[in-house]
Design a protein around this ligand. Sequence first.
Ligand SMILES: *Cc1c(COP(=O)(O)O)cnc(C)c1O
Length: 455
Amino acid sequence: MASTFKIVPSSGNLSAERFKVYTQRNLHKLPHISSLSKQQQFEIQVVANVLPFRVNQYVAENLIDWGRVPDDPMFRLVFPQREMLEENDYGIMSGALKKRKSKPELEKQARIIRAKLNPNPADQMELNLAELDGKTLEGVQHKYPETVLFFPARGQVCHSYCTFCFRWPQFVGDRALRFASTSPSTLTRYLIQQPQVSDVLITGGDPMVMQTHHLNDCIQPLLSPELEHIQTIRIGTKSLSFWPHRYVNDVDALDLLALLEKCVRAGKHVAIMAHYNHWRELETPIAQEAIRRVRQTGAVIRAQGPLLRKINDDPRVWSRLWEEQARLGIIPYYMFVERDTGAQAYFEVPLARSWEIYRDAIQRVSGLGRTARGPSMSTSPGKIEIQGITEIQGEKVFVLRFIQGRNPDWVQRPFFAQYDAEATWLNQLKPAFGKKEFFFEKEFNKLAQRPIRKS
Ligand SMILES: *Cc1c(COP(=O)(O)O)cnc(C)c1O
């Protein structure tokens, strides 16, 4: 594809770098590794045998403040910490490493530990199936009528891994849990039969790890006349933060921008669903240049990310993030609650506290920063937002609503749960006012053939 995209020049030093990645295997070569004690390096190795670990030199050199390690939020975002495993599991894994157990034996231990970390939250595999000609489409999820998620096979890694990622199992080689992918042409055939679908969300991993011509193979079919009902092409990515060179210096950076522009010219709404956790990710000149270029294509950047203990559990971090996003022309979209999987115990923030942080942060920003909804739990029945905490007839309650529901009729109906200062997820909440179940529960249980919460 010949790139036709013309860049309005910018000032500043945006020199090219070749992508270099560090994992558990070459961690010792990381230029900053001497900032970590031998014990810290060993702890990273132990946890990285269970949970995914991958960091690239841009993140290591530009986003992490090595003078503040291990408390630095960007360090915690990508480097495994001992406390991310339960003490007992940590002990088993570190013992196995010290005894220099064989690779298959380490892998066997790792699999046992991973199985305890709820590797498949919100029933993504069983409940969001898309079917064509009586066959399940691998790598396609269709949970809400208007939106289809597509996981292209080549986009199932990231430029760096986040320690809290809810899609962690697919990165540790657990084949059974990986989303194998349908071809773009099969996806097209499916979409032709689904006229109610308006949005296709290309996600991963990170689709922006793909070479532009591969991404084009996924996107081009969506521009065909038979798919006029697809109004929006969304791309979920952390690349604006973890590898902004993708839009500036990579050999096919201009082709990528041209591809986004082509979709806009074809009449589609193109939304880059950018994952951000901290304002620090927006600070580098190259990150800002990447944002500027994407916006020049006519694509819209919307920002989302989870609230994480020890990384961004502070209203001032969020208000600064949203202000900075608004200034750079990014639209704040969702604040998520950390999902019930992986190292959740390390990152979780009580729902009550999450709501306080959200509210405090929203109060600090102008209306343009208040487009972020949340805190929102991506649960099996749908996206459930904590709207507030209040007292009704003497009972302290959470006010909740569905932002998205497996049944669209559930959306925007306020409902109530007993206040619980410690609860961190829907399965720990109980209906308020002495009710036995939430209004959607009977219908959901029938659909899922299992209860939504512990009785
Ligand atoms: C969030 C989400 C969507 C998109 O929902 P919007 O509210 O339209 O952004 C689609 N599918 C799944 C599974 C989701 O979690």
